[in-house]
Design a protein. Structure first.
Ligand code: ZN
Length: 64
């Protein structure tokens, strides 16, 4: 099992920042709040989805 904090992520339940861990176990992964214990399944999303929270998103790629 691997745990890593998601920098800048805010817990949707308690609103605390930097308390969200991504937990990876075999082929499963979920988010867990170390403050209130809320957890959210990430199986339906690719791992990049959580990284997008802390990253600017380009909706329209520049055209040539
Ligand atoms: Zn929380």
């Amino acid at each position: 099992m691997k745990r890593q904090f998601i920098a800048g992520a805010t817990c949707p339940e308690c609103g605390q920042q930097d308390k969200i861990q991504r937990v990876i176990e075999d082929d499963r992964q979920w988010m867990e709040c170390v403050s209130c214990g809320a957890s959210k399944d990430l199986d339906a999303k690719p791992p990049e989805a959580t990284d997008a929270l802390a990253r600017p998103v380009t909706l329209l790629p520049p055209k040539k």
